[in-house]
Design a binder for this molecule. Structure first.
Ligand SMILES: *Cc1c(COP(=O)(O)O)cnc(C)c1O
Length: 322
């Protein structure tokens, strides 16, 4: 499909309408199609910040976002916090910040910022824009999009699609900031993306097939509240499963900060190596531990595309290692 054609524009419009409907995205928000979450990190640094963004993170993905941003905007600030404890927005001073960057679901360690914390962050900082990386939670859990101004996710996690596409969802306040900065130095400047999206197009040739597949998957998917309920039941089952184990335990001991879509499991290094190798022989591909946690953890996806039978099979496989 030619990406300047009438058919393409209709498809992008249809995909956007479906995305907003299924994920409960406010009508006034703008959806952009990019190639990856990493690209979204750069677009945000280029187009929504003049000087200073503040990055609040407890794991590798949030830190990487900060590192990429720092290369473009050297005044970016880091506010790391402990992955076992709940973030308290009262403790954080954002004066001088133009943008707060949070990782709503930190895939590297299996933590998330709850609905309540995201809400408190918003209430305490009504004048500051908030960007939220929801790469491994969007389309899996019910997000309240009004709690931030710029959400993004690539589609290879909870959307259950092949890699090579990401969606970025922006509030009217984010679009206003974009307009006042009016940055257009890059092919993927948000200003340029917006001008093209006003015609249901993108500046460069996008991953047309992936947008089509996204449309087809959204058409078949249930509302996010139902998807979310299913995943909650499953993550509770995983917590019970590892709760009774002597050798494998959940990396995150505080249930209040645990992710609903990524289950990080901790064990001694030898056992992690053995479980991963045995799993592979049985046809399961467990997520590697990430970054500093590589050797003593592995991760299990609690993504919507996984079927009940597949999850049960994985549980049966893991029983001897508990
Ligand atoms: C996977 C992931 C990314 C990177 O996504 P890409 O599509 O590889 O750019 C960024 N942030 C989080 C939280 C992720 O889980």
């Amino acid at each position: 499909m030619n990406h300047r054609s009438e058919e393409f524009m209709k498809m992008v419009e249809r995909t956007t309408i479906l995305l907003k409907d299924r994920l409960d995205i406010p009508e006034g928000y703008t959806v952009f199609y990019t190639s990856s979450a990493t690209e979204c990190w750069e677009i945000i640094a280029q187009s929504l910040v003049v000087k200073e963004s503040v990055h609040v993170f407890n794991g590798s993905f949030g830190e990487k976002w900060y590192d990429y941003t720092r290369k473009l905007k050297p005044d970016a600030k880091a506010r790391p916090f402990d992955c076992q404890s709940e973030l308290n927005p009262d403790d954080l001073d954002f004066s001088g910040a133009e943008l707060i960057c949070v990782t709503q679901n930190e895939t590297s360690n299996g933590t998330q910022l709850s609905h309540d914390i995201m809400g408190a962050l918003r209430r305490k900082n009504p004048k500051v824009l908030i960007a939220a990386d929801a790469t491994s939670s969007m389309a899996g859990i019910a997000l309240d999009f009004s709690q931030a101004d710029c959400w993004f996710a690539s589609v290879q996690k909870c959307f259950g699609l092949p890699a090579g596409l990401a969606v970025m969802v922006c509030s009217p306040a984010a679009i206003a900031r974009m307009g006042s900065i009016a940055e257009r130095q890059h092919y993927n400047s948000m200003t340029v993306l917006k001008e093209m999206m006003d015609k249901w197009q993108t500046p460069c040739t996008p991953n047309v097939l992936a947008i089509y597949l996204l449309m087809r998957v959204l058409k078949k998917s249930k509302s996010i509240d139902r998807v979310s309920e299913k995943l909650e039941v499953r993550s509770a089952a995983w917590a019970r499963f590892f709760g009774g184990s002597k050798r494998l335990s959940l990396l995150i001991s505080n249930p209040a900060v645990r992710s609903g879509t990524v289950i990080a499991v901790k064990a001694d290094e030898a056992l992690v190596t053995k479980v991963k190798a045995d799993a592979r022989r049985h046809g399961f591909l467990l997520g590697e531990g990430y970054g500093a946690l590589k050797k003593e953890t592995f991760r299990i996806a609690n993504f919507p595309a996984l079927k009940r039978k597949e999850v049960q099979k994985l549980m049966r496989f893991l029983i001897p290692y508990l």
